[in-house]
Design a binder for this molecule. Sequence first.
Ligand code: MG
Length: 392
Amino acid sequence: MQAPARNSTAPVRITRVAVAPLVGESPPGGWAEEIKADDSIHALIAVHTDAGITGFGSSFTDGRLVVAAVKVLENLLIGENALEPERVSEKLHQNTFWMGRGGTLTHAISGIDIALWDILGQVTGLSIGRLAGGRYRDRVMPYCSLLMDEPSAMSDEITRYREQGFRAFKIGWGPFGRRDDYKLDEAIVDAAKRALPEGGKLMVDAGASDAHWPNGLKWALRTADMLADHDVYWFEEPVRPDDIDDFVALRRESRIPIAGGEVLTRRQAYLPFLVRGAFDIVQPDVTKVGGLSEQRRIARMAQDFGVRYIGHGWNTALGLAADLQLAAALPNVDLVEYIGGSAYVDKIMVTPFQLDADGMLAIPDSPGLGVSLDPDKVAKYSPDAERLFASD
Ligand SMILES: [Mg+2]
C-alpha cells in the first residue's frame, strides 16, 4: 500500500470561513410570496485551512443571515481542527443553543459541516461516502423536481425533462390545493402521469409549508385517495409541517406513502415525528438540518424506525453532491432530489452533473464531495466569489 502524502492525523487548522450568497437566477419555489431571481435563498461556504486545503458547503437560507451567523461562529471555529467534522459541528450547536437553535445558526452550521467533511475527504484521499462507513452503490436515480402548472403546461414541462433523460418526477406547489378545485388538482396529476416515460415515477408535493396553507386533514385524506388511484409514488407535505397528529392520522389511512420533514432542523426535532409514526418517508435537507453529520444521524435513526430516508435537495450543486455521498453510504437510498433547470445546480461546477442512459447519476468516489466549483461560473451569481476561493 502506498504511504499517504502527509501524516493525516496531524491537525489541519481552520483559518478563515467565507460566504458567497447566490443571486441572479434564484429559481421560483411556488411560494405565496414568490422568490425573485435576485432574492438570496442559498449561500455557498468555504472553510480555509493552514494546510492550503479548502472545503466547500452550502446553506439554504438568505445569504445575509449566513454572513451574520458565520461572524457569530468564527470565535468557536478559527484554530479548530478541520479533520473532526462531527465534534466541531456539535461544538457549534452546543455553544449557540441559547441564541436560537434550529434557525439561521443551524442553517449556517450545515454549510460549514459539509465543508469540513469535504476537507477530511481531501486530506485522507477518501470520498465522504467511504468516510461515512462505505459505499452501498455507485449510482442513484435523481428525481426531477418541478413546479406544478396547469395541465397542458405540466405535460409539456415533464416531456422537456424526460427528453433530458429523467425517469422520475416530483410536481408540487403552484395551483395544487390552492384553488379549492379537486378536478383541477386531478387533471394536473393525470396530465403529468401521461407524460411520464415508460415505468417512470411520479411524486406529488402539496407544499403545505407555504404561507397560510388553506387545507386540513379531510382535504389531505381525499387527495391521498385520488393520488393512490393515479399510482403516485408518494404524497409530500400534505398537511402543515407542525401538525403531527394530522400526519399520524393521514399516514394510517393513506394507501400511498406520506413524506415530510423538509422544514424541520436538528435531529432532536425529528424524534417525535418518528416515535409517533408521522412519516413513511423522511426528507431532511442537508443544507438546513446541520449538515452531513446531522443528516446521517437523522437518516439512520429513521431507518431504525422503518422509515425511508430520501433527502430534500432543493438547494445547490453542493447540496446534491452531499446527498449523493449519503446515498452511497446508507442502505436503501434509491432517489435524490434534482431541481429541474436551476442555475445553482447546473451552472456552477467545473463538470456539471450528467445523467447516464438509465437516467441515473454516478456517485463520485474521488476525495471529499468529489465535485469542483468553477470560480468563474460562481462569480456570475455572487459578488463574493473571489473571497470564497482566495487562497490567503
Ligand atoms: Mg417539498
